[in-house]
Design a protein around this ligand. Structure first.
Ligand code: SF4
Ligand code: SF4
Length: 298
């Protein structure tokens, strides 16, 4: 067990200074790292040329101390993601020391040693009652071998993990994705598709609530409020994915003992360079359509 040397308390216990997640929040996203071994041409992390990368990566110890302050609901897990989250050097320590009552989901491309994962992670730790898998694997045909991926997923399922595959319906890859879906389903794997978000041949794909939010041409001042807790690799908390990927406009920090979540509209000068993830129209956790992660006014 990891210990807090200063206070000689196990890291797993909920410490002082809890961070309460508001009831209307739909997502807790923890970007352990933005590094990834793959280079997908349509990577949403680089939408609009977003390339700013936080310099420092929070250590496993800092992540555990910060995330264990969260007071969340059983239906709102911490979603570990990236980049590829398993590239964090303390990935397994973080999984092992998050408070047991906090549910964990994992977004990954499975570009890691699944045998090591099976040895070091208890399947019950990443498994919960939900209408979709707790380990959500992204399949990228231009970068990945489907047969090898299916083998890895089946191995994890045999070991008791809840795993499903998601494929992006990029206009160039729709046939590949549907063929992969059929093959995976025949093998007994839940394979779902996702709308392609981003630009292709000059056209912006996706359904968005705020016209001009993602066109990248002009920026204008607005006010914006989020329903997601987005935490970047250095522990910074951001208003939106665009801020996070650009390393701009931190609104708090997980290592700050005074950090609390304020559900307020904040001024933003960057409307026009919003990331599609934040302004696409989707269903909320009550399956009501028309929801967006952020609300923009002005
Ligand atoms: S696997 Fe995901 S994070 Fe990595 S390059 Fe592809 S889309 Fe981006
Ligand atoms: S207006 Fe766009 S860029 Fe600004 S905070 Fe909201 S989502 Fe982010």
């Amino acid at each position: 067990m990891m210990h807090n040397e200063k206070e000689d308390q196990p890291f797993e216990s909920a410490g002082p200074n809890p961070i309460r997640i508001p009831d209307n929040y739909n997502y807790i996203a923890v970007f352990l790292t933005l590094d990834c071994p793959l280079r997908c041409s349509y990577c949403i992390n680089r939408f609009g040329g977003e390339a700013g990368r936080p310099q420092r990566m929070l250590s496993g110890r800092e992540w555990v101390l910060g995330l264990n302050r969260l007071v969340t609901r059983p239906d709102l897990p911490i979603t570990l993601q990236g980049g590829e989250p398993s590239l964090h050097p303390d990935f397994y320590d973080i999984l092992a020391h998050l408070r047991p009552d906090i549910n964990i989901d994992l977004l990954t491309n499975l570009e890691f040693d699944v045998e090591e994962f099976i040895t070091r992670v208890d399947p019950r730790r990443i498994k919960r009652e939900a209408p979709y898998a707790s380990i959500r694997v992204s399949y990228h045909p231009e970068m990945m071998d489907l047969a090898a991926l299916i083998k890895k997923v089946l191995r994890l399922q045999d070991a008791g993990f809840s795993v499903g595959i998601w494929g992006v319906l990029h206009p160039d890859q729709e046939q590949d994705i549907h063929a992969a879906q059929e093959r995976a389903r025949k093998a007994g794997i839940d394979f779902r598709t996702k709308e392609f978000l981003g630009k292709y041949k000059g056209k912006l794909h996706g359904s968005y609530k705020y016209p001009g939010a993602c066109d990248g041409h002009r920026k204008r001042p607005v006010e914006c409020r989020t329903t997601e807790l987005l935490i970047g690799p250095s522990g910074g908390v951001y208003r939106c994915h665009s801020d996070l990927y650009n390393g701009r406009g931190e609104i708090g920090h997980m290592t700050d003992p005074d950090f609390v979540i304020n559900e307020i509209f904040r001024p933003c000068e960057a409307f026009g360079s919003c990331n599609p993830c934040d302004v696409k129209i989707k269903t909320n956790r009550f399956q009501v359509d028309g929801h967006t992660s952020v609300e923009i006014r002005g």
